[in-house]
Design a protein around this ligand. Structure first.
Ligand SMILES: C[S@@+](CC[C@H](N)C(=O)[O-])C[C@H]1O[C@@H](n2cnc3c(N)ncnc32)[C@H](O)[C@@H]1O
Length: 269
């Protein structure tokens, strides 16, 4: 769902990374670029090497106790967080991108979109010194159970998914509210021109001009495809009272209940 916040407030992302140029091109295109131009979001990338203490701008060192790879040193990370926090009046929530963090979902994106400012710390190598995490990080977030070479792609994913939830960023106010995951399940199938593609027609109801019939078809199709593609999501789906009436008429309520879906209706309905 798009987030309710005072109109005109700019959401600020600060990205702390040793490779700021990795993010540059993706931040200059499409909706993210337009949201920056419109003042809906601001993104600042900070090079962690600028906060290194030695003349070689070292941000990593060998792990104590031996072992593979390098570990990001705590002092440049701590100095960067302190300096970057002071760059805007409102302190931001410090998020470390980490495969050990809270799994990132649309619900987490919605929660974070309700903040005003985020500092996204990108790890590299074998990760960051644990003392930095303990003392400076508010939360670790993982974008999935796999290992990336660095946190920059993960930071981009947070920026992208949070930005499109901010008020006014998407052209149509409703486009985020009917996306996959917004009601807990998947979005209905979509079609565009041509009406007939390789002998396969788009569903006839979509040309009927009957908005109620289209909405009903989409609701049923969304539920059917959630059953087919992501049955694990069915139990968490939510519906308006009117949608529940439609699902009941279409014979889908019983199937939903059998799948562990928590009914919002009394048992006898
Ligand atoms: C190679 S990984 C370090 C993995 C670490 N040695 C471990 O086993 O937990 C380097 C950096 O990439 C980022 N990263 C890797 N996988 C990630 C994931 N699934 N979600 C978010 N960030 C990730 C983190 O910032 C991490 O510090």
């Amino acid at each position: 769902m798009p987030v309710e916040t005072p109109a005109g407030e700019t959401f600020r992302f600060d990205v702390l990374t040793i490779f700021p140029e990795l993010l540059d091109s993706s931040l200059k295109e499409g909706i993210i670029r337009r949201a920056q131009e419109a003042g809906q979001i601001a993104i600042a990338c900070h090079n962690l090497r600028n906060y290194a203490l030695d003349k070689h701008a070292m941000t990593d060192d060998r792990p104590f106790g031996g072992g593979e790879g390098m570990v990001m040193k705590p002092e440049p990370l701590a100095a960067a967080v302190q300096a970057v926090q002071a760059m805007a009046p409102q302190p931001g929530r410090v998020i470390l991108l980490s495969p050990q963090g809270r799994p990132y979902t649309q619900a987490v994106a919605e929660e974070l979109a309700g903040q005003a400012r985020l500092l996204l710390v990108c790890g590299r190598y074998e990760g960051v010194d644990e003392r930095f995490t303990a003392q400076y990080v508010d939360e670790e977030i993982s974008i999935g159970d796999y290992i990336l070479t660095g946190g920059e792609l993960a930071a981009m994913i947070l920026i992208d998914s949070i930005t499109r939830l901010r008020p006014g960023v998407l052209g149509c106010a409703d486009s985020a509210s009917c996306d996959t995951f917004s009601r807990g399940g998947l979005k209905y199938p979509q079609y565009t021109r041509p009406r007939l593609f390789e002998g396969v027609p788009a569903p006839e109801v979509l040309f009927s001009g009957d908005h109620a019939a289209v909405a009903e078809w989409r609701l049923v199709a969304a539920v059917e495809r959630t059953f087919a593609k992501r049955p694990d999501l069915v139990a968490g789906m939510s519906f308006s009272p009117n949608e529940l009436k439609i699902l009941q008429r279409q014979g889908l309520l019983a199937r939903l209940r059998e799948s562990g879906w928590k009914s919002q209706l009394p048992e006898n309905q």
